[in-house]
Design a protein around this ligand. Structure first.
Ligand SMILES: [Fe+2]
Ligand SMILES: [Fe+2]
Length: 369
């Protein structure tokens, strides 16, 4: 079904054009790659997969309970609105929230694909271009999968959140090659990754769990690249140049914390914007969720060397400063393990089913004979 039939609100023009600036760069040195980057490129090639085949699309999804997570996670929970809603309306609200959340993932993945392609074009070294070409394909796969999930299973799509779009536009319009990386890979994808992880670990439904686990397995490589490329590059920058990047990070973090809350969902249920914002502000669950959203960004920013006073102060203010000490390598290794374990479990279950089938066939044959 075409997406325009599934949009909750008219997204306006169906084509968004962001004027490009900056140079396309070629390198004539073909044999001078950094080992760690080339190893990541190799891993990117080895770990390609097909979302049509690896994911069990036959699994059914209840659009009114896509994730099976407790209703406490909905900002309206416990308010007079919630008390007045029928079970049917609550189901619709759950559908809208799941659609909003996964639609932002979908639009974000398209952004990630475009940014990865931009990096292929603009980054000076060939090893980084090679690697980013594999990431471009990864992001295409992610957009494909989230798109299919929304169209076939949720049956509803939300337009991109205005603030997410403006952050994406800012990162793409910047002519400095590291800015798409910082904006997209560190900020937007760092936030997305934390959200993926929380849903992966709390959903009781097998299809979204598979999707999130497999997407996160790829993202572990993306984060590794961002850290390598930016850490090397930021060592060469002046203090003033580093401060500019830190300002960008601070602004982006506040924007994502305060303006990416799904208020548009409540507006679609007739709740005035100010009131909707208040509900999302006061929800204890969401306050915790918002903090956890930074669990991937803060250690990454610190690791690449953007750890000036103002940035530290901003993170203290947001209550996420301590996250700077969490072990990113460990988190990434766990993401990869979870996906591998899920594969192993699914394979074992299939194997078991096949063995049972063969045994039954033999027994049936023996009974007849
Ligand atoms: Fe992605
Ligand atoms: Fe990514």
């Amino acid at each position: 079904m075409p997406t325009h039939e599934l949009y909750t609100n008219d997204p306006g023009d169906y084509l968004w054009q962001v004027p490009a600036s900056g140079a396309a760069r070629f390198s004539w040195e073909y044999e001078d790659g950094r080992e760690r980057l080339l190893a990541l490129y190799q891993k990117g090639k080895d770990k390609q997969w097909d979302g049509q085949r690896r994911i069990d699309w036959d699994l059914e999804v209840d659009p009114y309970d896509v994730l099976g997570t407790p209703d406490e996670s909905i900002s309206l929970y416990g308010t007079p609105y919630w008390a007045k809603m029928s079970e049917k309306e609550r189901g619709e609200l759950r559908q809208h929230y799941a659609s909003w959340q996964f639609s932002q993932f979908l639009h974000g993945e398209q952004g990630a694909m475009v940014c990865a392609a931009r990096i292929v074009e603009s980054v000076p070294d060939l090893d980084a271009k090679f690697y980013s070409a594999t990431q471009t394909m990864d992001e295409a796969r992610h957009a494909e999968i989230y798109g299919r999930f929304l169209h076939e299973k949720v049956g509803m799509v939300y337009p991109i959140n205005d603030n997410l779009q403006s952050l994406l536009g800012d990162t793409l319009r910047d002519s400095r090659w590291d800015m798409p990386y910082l904006g997209m890979q560190v900020l937007i994808e760092g936030l997305a990754l934390a959200a993926f992880g929380m849903i992966r670990d709390t959903t009781t439904k097998p299809l979204p769990k598979q999707i999130l686990a497999y997407v996160m397995q790829d993202e572990a490589r993306h984060v590794a690249f961002g850290r390598m490329a930016l850490r090397d590059y930021y060592k060469q920058l002046t203090d003033a140049e580093l401060r500019e990047r830190e300002e960008f990070v601070i602004e982006g973090c506040y924007l994502m914390r305060d303006r990416l809350r799904g208020v548009e969902v409540l507006e679609n249920f007739g709740i005035p914007k100010a009131e909707a914002e208040e509900y999302s502000e006061n929800s204890e669950f969401l306050a915790l969720f918002r903090q956890l959203l930074f669990s991937r960004i803060v250690p990454c920013v610190k690791d690449i060397g953007l750890w000036g006073k103002r940035l530290q102060q901003a993170y203290v203010d947001m209550g996420v400063f301590e996250m700077g000490d969490s072990n990113l390598d460990l988190l990434m290794a766990q993401d990869e393990e979870i996906a591998e374990k899920l594969d192993a479990e699914r394979f074992a279950a299939e194997e078991q089913a096949r063995v049972t089938e063969v045994r039954e066939a033999i027994e049936a044959g023996a009974a007849e004979g």
